[in-house]
Design a protein around this ligand. Structure first.
Ligand SMILES: [Zn+2]
Length: 165
């Protein structure tokens, strides 16, 4: 007698469903059916997930906070001065600077031909650029273009009222 393929599952949520287990090996069906009974039915599962949009926002907020911490630690480690701007622009600009500069280091030094000494010059050029808005403007830039962008910033975006320098 063949092992049955269609199982009636009494879910933990109280609902009953008919599970087609024909795609599972015969000797695994009973175990899987038992596993299903310990869970809520597909509808309840989906409903619970639907309510979860709140936790997705939470997840995003947490991810952003992690990135912020990472960016701030990086700024401290490489002696990058605080940025100028509104609180929101400063937070975002700090992340943009961290991401662009790290990506530029990877592109120019790790994968490119820029020497560590030449990179230190680039870092020196990064420090005076403390206008958060400038970093926000460069967030879609090609990391390899960073030296050229900094050159442009040095001539047109010279910080005039930077209290940190
Ligand atoms: Zn249910």
């Amino acid at each position: 007698m063949a092992v049955k393929k269609s199982w009636t599952i009494n879910h933990a949520c109280g609902h009953t469903s008919q599970a087609d287990l024909s795609d599972r090996p015969a000797d695994r069906r009973a175990g899987y059916a038992r596993w299903l009974t310990e869970r809520e039915c597909a509808d309840c599962w989906r409903a619970a997930r639907g309510e979860d949009t709140g936790s997705k926002a939470e997840w995003l907020a947490k991810k952003r906070a992690d990135e912020q911490t990472e960016a701030e630690e990086w700024s401290a480690r490489y002696r990058m001065p605080p940025l100028d701007g509104t609180d929101r622009a400063v937070a975002w600009g700090t992340r943009c600077r961290y991401q662009l500069v790290s990506a530029a280091y990877a592109a120019l030094v790790l994968e490119g031909t820029t020497s560590e000494a030449a990179w230190e010059d680039i870092e020196e050029a990064i420090r005076p650029v403390t206008r958060a808005g400038w970093w926000l403007d460069q967030r879609d830039a090609d990391p390899a273009d960073l030296p050229e962008l900094l050159e442009a910033a040095a001539t047109s975006d010279r910080p005039t009222e930077n209290p940190h320098f």
